[in-house]
Write a protein that binds this ligand. Structure first.
Ligand SMILES: NC(=O)c1ccc[n+]([C@@H]2O[C@H](COP(=O)([O-])OP(=O)(O)OC[C@H]3O[C@@H](n4cnc5c(N)ncnc54)[C@H](OP(=O)(O)O)[C@@H]3O)[C@@H](O)[C@H]2O)c1
Length: 278
């Protein structure tokens, strides 16, 4: 089917949900993924031209994070190419309290294309679709900064906002900040997941050094360790990140989803009750 909307990261946490939202509106977007045809690979610029051909609007999520070395150059090159190829509007997923992500936002803001920036705090789905899932399954959660307040946001809310602003030009030129409706800690989260799953989860508050040493022991790749260490040491502790913003309500006309509602729904899927493999 012919489409003029591209979703980059279409198989990821927010991208897959943006695709769902667009389909609900009767739009079949082009899938930006290494597995799609045409494929899109951040590490292979030759794939970009085919993926962008005929596209007018696009939702862009960078992987793994706009803060990693090379992200700024990739966003710069993609933005330039998109403008050259006639893309009219770009919606960029960015991270709250990340200086490097803000540099990427500026590239899009100054691109000459219409744009909306969707700046998100940490996602609820990190606990079910990403690096916090495994410790939950094992029942032993060891994390630094267990009492830092974070406005965890739901990926479904982000996707609903992103698909709305992608189609609605009244949000052009805006930075929309998407956070959950409350500030919660890792400790609160582990308690909520314990209660909704009827499991006894243990939380250990460890230092960042201990956390990093644990990742090295588990042979986590160095670039992933660098990113996680950066997220804990710079993003989580940034006071800018510890604020609730009402932009989800402003765009969607309803309140943002609570972590408890997400935990109740996710517990029902059984994903947190799997048998640990290690
Ligand atoms: N997670 C959070 O809490 C959080 C908070 C704020 C902002 N963000 C931002 O959100 C963005 C996405 O993070 P996420 O954690 O939600 O990841 P994600 O979107 O779930 O990441 C997976 C997606 O990345 C794609 N991908 C991976 N490597 C790729 C490559 N070389 N070329 C093309 N696509 C590739 C995958 O596509 P295929 O495997 O199908 O190719 C998949 O669609 C990041 O820029 C991050 O800064 C995340």
């Amino acid at each position: 089917m012919k489409t003029n909307i591209l979703v980059i990261g279409a198989t990821g946490k927010t991208g897959s949900r943006v695709v769902e939202q667009l389909r609900k509106k009767g739009i079949e977007p082009r899938i930006g993924s290494r597995k799609a045809s045409p494929s899109f690979d951040w590490d292979d610029k030759e794939t970009w031209v085919k993926a962008l051909n005929g596209i007018e609007r696009m939702y862009v999520t960078y992987y793994p994070d706009l803060a990693v070395p090379g992200a700024k150059e990739a966003i710069q090159s993609l933005t330039y190419l998109a403008k050259e190829m006639g893309v009219k509007k770009m919606v960029l997923l960015s991270g709250k309290g990340e200086t490097e992500a803000e540099a990427c936002e500026q590239i899009v803001i100054n691109s000459g294309m219409d744009y909306t920036i969707v700046r998100a705090s940490w996602f609820n789905q990190n606990w079910s679709e990403s690096f916090f899932l495994e410790p939950i399954i094992s029942g032993e959660v060891a994390l630094p900064l267990s009492d830092v307040l974070i406005p965890f946001v739901d990926a479904n809310d982000i996707a609903e906002v992103a698909s709305t602003v992608l189609l609605d030009d009244s949000y052009n030129g805006e930075i929309i900040e998407v956070t959950g409706p409350e500030l919660i800690t890792f400790r609160d989260i582990v308690t909520m997941i314990s209660e909704t799953t009827n499991r006894n989860l243990n939380l250990y508050n460890i230092s960042l050094e201990e956390y990093t040493a644990g990742m090295k022991e588990m042979q986590v790749p160095d670039d992933v360790i660098w990113l996680i260490e950066y997220l804990f040491s710079h993003v989580l502790t940034n006071p800018e990140n510890q604020k609730v913003v009402n932009d989800i309500q402003r765009v969607l006309g309803r309140k943002a989803k609570t972590f408890l509602a997400y935990a109740q729904e996710t517990a029902k899927t059984g994903i947190w009750n799997q048998v640990a493999t290690v």
